[in-house]
Ligand binder design. Sequence first.
Ligand code: SF4
Length: 170
Amino acid sequence: MIWEELLSVRPGIDPDFRSFLDSCITACKKTEWKPAVQTDIPVKSDKHDIIGMVDRIATDGTFSIIRAAGAMPFGTYSADRLRIASIALCLEEMTGKEVTGGHVEYIPDGVYRFHTVQPRDRRQVIATLHKIRAIHRGDRPHHPLNAPCNRCKYKERCESVGGRRLSDLL
Ligand code: SF4
């Protein structure tokens, strides 16, 4: 049934994904999921000039984002923490209420984790937005410290930018 729905949404989907879907369904059956009262809800923040999408809102008002990746043994990936923090910023502006965090649903493993948004997550979102806007203005970003440049396919293009000086950071 779900596969038929998927075919309606993505008619050209690779048939090999059928076995992936089956393994996701098997994994998800082991977990008790909170039913959603709304799905695919657009969110935005005028203050931070960002838009996004919440995948599910549960009956208790908490929100979830759905990931097609496996879960870490504990916690959430840093990119998912930023997604949760960005959505929290949007929802706070839209509702006028504090949003403490949200769930990340890792479908291949059939688990969900609540991430409590930390001040450092909010700082990182704002810093990332500043960097993105600077890049859009034509600035080229500095090399981060400890970047894996030796095995990076963009090394040649990147070399002309130069490294970041400690005096920039301290
Ligand atoms: S070479 Fe690659 S890893 Fe190194 S700073 Fe540039 S983009 Fe990042």
